[in-house]
Design a protein around this ligand. Structure first.
Ligand SMILES: Cc1cc2nc3c(=O)[nH]c(=O)nc-3n(C[C@H](O)[C@H](O)[C@H](O)COP(=O)(O)OP(=O)(O)OC[C@H]3O[C@@H](n4cnc5c(N)ncnc54)[C@H](O)[C@@H]3O)c2cc1C
Length: 737
């Protein structure tokens, strides 16, 4: 996996940025909008060689990849370039594929002629640039036609774009039959993916405009960027825009590499990036208040362009139907074909979305482990008791070294990088494994590794690693939730001991644990973050009481009470009054806790269920509503996967991700809540039957997901807390309360 540009791609992007900053700024776009095309910009991008760069050298191009071209297209989108760059590039590659019948036209196009293609199946709808391009292509049935431009009188549209209804009366045939249709479809997919990149560029530029305006504009005596409602919306969009860019590049990469998933990814990117560009531009206009509505301001250009571009293929909702066909229809690629296509080719430099062969081998090893150890009994027992931990399974995980997969080998870990570690967790989540205990024990172990005393490291750590000892986390209290630094549980020094009094809420695993990792207040005179100390308290110490708490999701958690609990100073972890930094020390090892595997399993399971033919031979997947919902959630989760692995990839590169983990957690958990709600609707009344009741569809997976998903947006830092982090650290917005 490599999510960076090559030096050549970076150089191209930088050169494009210089060109577009001069040739396609807001004022210039406004001036040229009525004409719908900017001839000077077109000349400049032809001089730079962009439209034909992704055509093979033998055909007169520069032999670049679609990904290379995308580096410039992203800039084109960000600057609202009024020229048919994507269209011409796609037509040039299509003409090259057609062979001798298209040689003359190809020569014209690689020589600097502009081109476009009629994308919509509605022949009366306008085609972008058809009123200005030199060459216009259209598919009529299975006949590919071309007409010299202009292909019809210009019609004013929402965003200029020199649009015209293409008149094919005098068109000449270029090719026909199944091969022509296949070439055409490939060209439309290339258009989808490249346009998705342009839309991601537009979305980022729109968001930047909105954020800058919100910083500068004051109301009620403060910048409007300090209002939490505005910050949180920006945070959502920041995450969605990042995700849209990743998805767009994944689609382009898949086309470059002829991945079996390329057609589905192209449609997913087209739908998602169009949606997000629309949302980002729309909110940025809103943040501009009345000024956003004025033609003098640039943001309205973004709104109109985002929407118009999104509509060029026709109703964007139809893309969801295309996605469903390509993901689950009769021609959808089998998972085996996808996997073998990936392992067959070497990794490439720059923007490669494949896992390394060693990572794929590790995944196979993890899957074999799960097959061997995660029995139905283990899963059923966890659900029946609500304790998401199983000692037998936990010890097997520990024996295999999975508790410390990402720790260095010298300290007892497997030395796996963050990508492997993330993959391990997602495989376990996706299989429904009960691993609350694993997560907590790993976090406490990692903290001891960084902050523990030699004795703690020698006596407790090996037992945690061996799966003999379990821990629980005593952070939350009745009055200290998201604001965990407000804990009131007191630890008072008495000679060489500490005496602890207080109450902790939601102490999950306390009833199985040997130790509680407990955050207590040791100094009332210091600011609240500074008067805290961390302790590792044996659960069999007199004075600790545990009361079970049942939850809507079925998970058991606990309230724990501490009265006169006396522990030696050797139970302290880290320095006195340094508990806050001890609590965060484990972050070095705990990189990607977001649970993508579970929501992904939900969507895939419902898709498989919907595909099953009924007695009359039809399936639920024939229902457009079902298809649309599944397409939407599989796409949202693909974005979540990309955000998650982007964060892991950064860690694996040696960087310390800042807000990337928060973006992944926010995106995935919010999608989980909405997906589980919409998917239970699709199942209807049968979806209400409780999990593990006889006859529950999918053994009640969706009913359980509906009850459980919401908590994932609360623990581990609620969605609002993640938005605060993204707005503050990611967008640099002022602190809000
Ligand atoms: C099943 C379960 C297991 C758990 N396990 C553990 C555990 O093992 N150990 C442990 O210590 N804790 C555990 N927790 C507690 C969990 O970490 C807290 O629930 C979480 O931190 C939120 O705290 P709270 O519930 O007090 O909600 P609050 O913090 O009171 O939040 C209530 C609402 O206000 C919002 N909010 C809070 N602050 C802000 C803000 N600054 N801006 C905008 N909105 C805000 C929140 O997003 C939320 O929507 C568990 C919780 C559950 C439900």
């Amino acid at each position: 996996m490599d999510l960076s540009f090559t030096p050549d791609q970076e150089a191209l992007r930088d050169a494009a940025q210089r060109l577009y900053a001069k040739a396609s700024h807001g004022e210039r776009v406004r001036e040229q909008e009525a004409a719908g095309i900017d001839p000077a910009l077109w000349e400049a991008i032809v001089a730079m060689g962009l439209p034909a760069m992704a055509v093979a050298e033998a055909d007169g191009g520069a032999g670049a990849s679609l990904t290379d071209l995308a580096a410039a297209v992203e800039v084109h989108g960000a600057h609202l370039g009024l020229a048919p760059l994507v269209e011409t590039a796609v037509v040039a590659r299509l003409l090259a594929r057609l062979g001798p019948s298209a040689t003359d036209l190809l020569e014209q196009v690689v020589g600097g002629a502009s081109a476009t293609l009629r994308l919509t199946t509605d022949a009366t709808g306008p085609t972008a640039y058809a009123a200005a391009a030199d060459v216009v292509l259209a598919l009529d049935g299975d006949r590919m036609m071309w007409v010299p431009g202009p292909a019809g009188p210009a019609v004013r549209t929402l965003a200029g774009l020199a649009a015209a209804t293409v008149d094919t009366t005098d068109a000449s045939e270029l090719a026909s039959g199944g091969t022509a249709v296949a070439h055409w479809q490939r060209a439309v997919d290339e258009w989808r993916a490249l346009t998705a990149v342009a839309q991601a560029g537009l979305a980022r530029a729109s968001l930047d405009l909105g954020v800058q305006y919100a910083r500068d504009r004051h109301q009620f005596g403060v910048p409007i960027a300090s209002f939490q409602t505005i910050q949180h919306r920006f945070a959502d969009l920041h995450e969605r825009v990042e995700g849209s860019r990743l998805l767009a590049y994944e689609a382009v990469w898949a086309l470059d590499e002829d991945e079996p998933t390329a057609p589905a990814l192209a449609a997913q990117a087209s739908w998602y990036c169009g949606l997000v560009a629309d949302e980002a531009a729309g909110f940025s206009l809103h943040v501009h208040g009345g000024y956003g509505f004025m033609l003098e301001y640039d943001v309205q250009l973004h709104v109109r362009r985002a929407k118009a571009t999104r509509l060029l293929l026709g109703d964007p909702h139809r893309e969801l139907q295309v996605i469903a066909d390509r993901r689950w229809g009769s021609n959808a690629p089998a998972p085996d074909a996808v996997a073998s296509a990936r392992t067959a080719r070497p990794l490439r430099a720059g923007m490669d979305f494949r896992f390394a062969p060693a990572t794929e081998a590790f995944r196979a090893e993890v899957r074999a482990f799960i097959d061997a150890h995660l029995t139905a009994d283990v899963v059923d027992r966890a659900h029946a008791t609500g304790t998401m931990h199983d000692w037998g399974f936990h010890r097997a995980l520990c024996e295999r070294g999975y508790l410390a997969a990402g720790w260095p080998v010298e300290v007892g870990g497997l030395g796996r990088d963050a990508i492997d570690q993330t993959l391990l967790m997602q495989e376990l989540y996706g299989a429904g494994a009960p691993i609350d205990g694993l997560n907590i024990a790993a976090m406490v172990g990692a903290t001891l590794l960084v902050c523990g005393t030699d004795d703690q490291k020698a006596e407790i750590l090996p037992r945690i690693l061996a799966g003999e000892v379990m821990c629980c986390l005593g952070y939350s209290e009745p009055d200290a939730g998201s604001d965990v630094a407000a804990v009131a549980t007191r630890a008072v020094r008495d000679g060489d001991s500490w005496v602890i009094d207080g109450q902790k809420m939601f102490t999950t695993m306390a009833h199985e644990a040997h130790y509680v990792f407990l955050l207590a207040r040791t100094n009332l005179d210091l600011p609240k973050h500074k008067g805290l100390t961390m302790f590792l308290v044996p659960m069999d110490t007199p004075g600790i009481e545990i009361t079970p708490v049942a939850t809507m999701g079925g998970e058991r958690t606990n309230i724990t009470f501490y009265s006169d609990v006396r522990v030696p100073d050797s139970c302290r972890v880290g320095d006195v009054d340094a508990g806050w930094s001890v609590m965060h020390a484990a972050l070095v090892y705990e990189r990607n806790s977001a649970n993508w595997g579970e929501p992904n399993r939900l969507v895939e399971a419902v898709a498989a269920w919907a595909r099953e033919p009924g007695p009359d031979g039809t399936s639920r997947l024939d229902d457009v509503t079902v298809r649309a919902a599944l397409a939407r959630w599989s796409t949202e989760l693909e974005v979540g996967r990309l955000l998650l692995f982007r964060s892991a990839w950064l860690s694996a590169q040696g960087d310390m991700p800042q807000v990337e983990g928060s973006m992944a957690k926010l995106h995935i958990t919010e999608a989980f809540v909405r997906a589980s709600s919409e998917l239970i609707d699709l199942i209807g009344t049968a979806g209400l039957v409780s999990s593990h009741e006889p006859g529950a569809p999918l053994h009640g997976l969706v009913e359980h997901a509906f009850r459980h998903a919401v908590v994932t947006t609360i623990y581990g830092g609620s969605s609002e807390v993640q938005r605060e982090i993204i707005a503050g650290r990611g967008l640099g917005l002022p602190r809000s309360r």
